[in-house]
Design a protein around this ligand. Structure first.
Ligand code: SF4
Ligand code: SF4
Length: 165
């Protein structure tokens, strides 16, 4: 597991301005379980976000594994994890992904509308690079590794969503 991020902000106006915001325009970042685990009722916290229409559950196929550590994968496992919706997903009112790249609903004219500390973990972990080959210290594989242990929370949230919309 990676350490909690402590940076104030990862935005680089020069690099990201030249890029035009490709990450936020194509693939909203995944949130980690810790945001929900910090709440009094994690499943309800997740259900409220999903019911807002601004968040969806993305799908990860298979469990990430490291053969050098003797770990074995599970290609049949499906792991759901939350992220902000794309504009297409919001328009369709879907709780699950609409295939294809899309702009994040939380992107405004001046960049992300969320304060840095409230952004999804994948957004906070992104490292802008001048050649636009940006890297991240917390990837969707890390998300799957963490969320595989909290799928009951996701199931509970899904059962609650319709009572909140
Ligand atoms: S983090 Fe990378 S992809 Fe995102 S806006 Fe900045 S340069 Fe572009
Ligand atoms: S939450 Fe903010 S930083 Fe993350 S993809 Fe959406 S607009 Fe970009």
């Amino acid at each position: 597991m990676t350490a909690r991020l402590s940076r104030e902000n990862n935005e680089n106006r020069t690099i990201c301005g030249a890029c035009g915001g490709e990450c936020c325009r194509t693939r909203p970042g995944i949130e980690s379980p810790e945001r929900f685990l910090a709440a009094a009722n994690p499943a309800e916290e997740l259900a409220h976000l999903l019911a807002s229409g601004l968040w969806v559950l993305d799908t990860h196929y298979g469990v990430p594994y490291d053969p050098e550590k003797g770990e074995k994968g599970d290609p049949d496992r499906i792991i759901l994890y939350p992220r902000p919706a794309t504009r297409q997903e919001q328009a369709q009112g879907s709780l699950q992904v609409v295939p294809g790249a899309g702009e994040c609903v939380l992107l405004g004219d001046g960049g992300c509308t969320l304060p840095f500390k409230e952004r999804p973990r994948a957004c906070r972990a992104l490292e802008p690079a001048s050649d636009f080959a940006c890297t991240s210290s917390w990837t969707r594989f890390d998300a799957a590794r963490e969320w595989q242990h909290h799928q009951e929370m996701v199931d509970e949230a899904l059962a609650l969503v319709d009572t909140l919309r």
